[in-house]
Design a protein around this ligand. Structure first.
Ligand SMILES: *[C@@H]1O[C@H](CO)[C@@H](O)[C@H](O)[C@H]1NC(C)=O
Ligand SMILES: *[C@@H]1O[C@H](CO)[C@@H](O)[C@H](O)[C@H]1NC(C)=O
Ligand SMILES: *[C@@H]1O[C@H](CO)[C@@H](O)[C@H](O)[C@H]1NC(C)=O
Ligand SMILES: *[C@@H]1O[C@H](CO)[C@@H](O)[C@H](O)[C@H]1NC(C)=O
Length: 373
């Protein structure tokens, strides 16, 4: 009897526990620049290539300190560090001055750290010093987050970026030693019962709610079919392996890793892969852009084989309309970079609902409901 009661209680506890989720709505806004928040400098080509492109930014709300100071942040699966602009940034750093700034002397939960840091991204760099405070989001309070207070803000087109800072949701090590990254801290403090999160991004025409991150859960109404899980390709990075990549029926790549990155707008790929792709794309090079006509039926579907299952990008997913000399032309969302892996950014994540499971060290993918029609 005691045993049955115990099991019953355990069962109740479990069903209660599995409901412990933190839902963070993501807002979307058109921005003149796409993001590329992956660690490291991708080379100058990317900066030039991406100017003028139509693009969507996804950001969520957090608050830091007590009383709370509000910020808009990118939740970035491609990096691990968290930073916010600092109230102490110099007056002549316009990028910093045009965003909300964290003022540690206005927070009773702040504690100093003082170490300096620099972070380099595909989109530029930020520099400053470290601080510690309590971060609040989706009704949860998470004390003890060590984050960067940014003094020097040198991201591309940073004055036009809507978000203030960035929350790194990577599994990896921080740029700074002996501190615990956001996701690990969240799990260590048992703020969610399962150490995982899922990402849903919408393709939106209007500004407004554009998706959701659920820490500790999955929303089954957002995808069709089953989640297809694959192990992560390396310890501590949200990368999986693409065993084969096809454009139409042509093989363009094989056995390549791909980073699943909410902080990057497009699909980045190694130069050789990009060349293989262009070889079968009907279009023409103009400077560093590759111009296609916008007739979708003439263009190939991209097929990525991941864990034995095909995942697709159709022309409607990867074509981007831009105006050039008063004419509408199309370019692709594929960008060649100096990397030996792919980066599957928002273009891919809008098509596929994605689960980032830190406990299982695996990534789950399923077709987003928006594509099922
Ligand atoms: C911060 O955000 C919360 C929730 O969105 C809001 O209620 C509050 O008024 C905001 N505070 C400030 C100072 O803007
Ligand atoms: C930070 O807050 C303190 C206390 O309110 C204030 O005196 C100080 O001027 C603020 N610093 C900046 C740079 O705004
Ligand atoms: C941090 O950087 C500031 C200048 O930005 C410098 O004055 C200070 O000495 C540096 N501190 C450490 C510990 O390196
Ligand atoms: C961590 O700190 C040690 C000693 O200060 C230093 O030698 C090492 O390079 C640091 N590692 C990283 C990743 O910053």
């Amino acid at each position: 009897m005691a045993r049955i009661q115990f099991l019953l209680l355990a069962g109740l506890a479990l069903s209660f526990a599995t409901r412990q989720q933190l839902r963070v709505p993501l807002y979307s806004r058109h921005s003149p620049m796409p993001n590329a928040f992956i660690d490291g400098n991708l080379g100058r080509g990317l900066h030039l290539l991406l100017t003028n492109r139509e693009n969507v930014e996804y950001y969520g709300q957090i608050a830091m300190g007590n009383p709370r100071q509000n910020f808009s942040v990118v939740f970035d699966t491609g990096s691990t560090n968290t930073w916010l602009p600092s109230a102490n940034c110099p007056k002549d750093n316009q990028a910093c001055q045009t965003h909300r700034r964290y003022n540690s002397s206005r927070s009773s939960t702040y504690s100093p750290n003082g170490r300096n840091f620099t972070l380099n991204y595909g989109s530029g760099k930020v520099k400053g010093y470290l601080s510690q405070d309590t971060v609040h989001f989706s009704g949860a309070d998470m004390p003890g987050l060590i984050f960067g207070e940014v003094l020097i803000h040198q991201l591309i087109k940073s004055n036009t970026l809507i978000f203030d800072g960035l929350v790194g949701l990577g599994l990896g090590n921080l740029a700074w030693n002996n501190t615990t990254p956001f996701l690990k801290l969240l799990c260590n403090q048992n703020l969610v019962n399962e150490c995982m999160f899922s990402v849903y991004l919408q393709r939106t025409e209007d500004e407004g709610v554009g998706g959701e991150i659920i820490f500790g859960g999955v929303d089954k109404s957002r995808f069709t079919g089953r989640l297809h899980y694959v192990p992560i390709a390396h310890a501590n990075v949200w990368k999986l392996t693409i065993s084969k990549a096809f454009a139409g029926t042509s093989l363009i790549d094989a056995n390549m890793d791909a980073l699943l990155d909410t902080g990057t707008s497009y699909i980045l790929m190694p130069r050789q892969t990009y060349d293989n792709l262009l070889a079968i794309m009907p279009g023409e090079s103009k400077g560093i852009e590759y111009i296609l006509n916008c007739r979708r039926n003439a263009l190939p579907h991209i097929q990525l084989i991941i864990g034995g299952k095909p995942f697709y990008l159709a022309p409607k997913d990867y074509l981007i309309e831009v105006e050039l000399e008063f004419k509408i032309i199309c370019i692709t969302a594929f960008v060649p970079v100096n990397l030996d892996f792919w980066v599957l950014g928002d273009i891919f994540l809008r098509r596929y609902y994605t689960v980032f499971d830190a406990t299982g060290k695996r990534i789950g993918l399923a077709e987003s409901v928006l594509n099922a029609k």
